[in-house]
Unconditional design. Sequence first.
Length: 167
Amino acid sequence: MKKSITYLVVFLFTLASNKAVSQTVTANANAIIRIAGPLTLTKNTDLNFGTISASTETGMVIIAPDGTVTTNGGVSIIDSSTLSAASFGVFGPSDTSFTITLPTYVELKNDLNASMGLYAINSNPSGSGTLGPTGTATLLVGASVTVNASQGEGVYQGSFEVTVNLN
């Protein structure tokens, strides 16, 4: 019996000493997602080359995004009161960057279907921009137009698409 008790004590001691000490710990994490508000683009001002005079020589009128106007060749500006770069308001989530896509060429036509080419369309900011702390930015667009020698009179018009995308 004494031997049995000894075995029992040894067994219980062995069992107690082999018992692993278990610990459980936990931590929490937050799940966060930001849904960007809508992005909008509003035209404020059209791209306007004013009233020009064509000659027997081909010429160009260039309006930079900052509104600076340059002419060369056989054109002269008769009325500059309406000259302007195009202006757009960009609205969306504050401090968010966006990309700008512009066309490479636009055909301008008059009511007699005569045409002129609008090209070198560029912007400020160029390629991409950032909405400010209030979620706004101004996008200015300029371009060049080629006036052919003895270009027919009339109002030449065409529309072009400006696209902005949130990054």
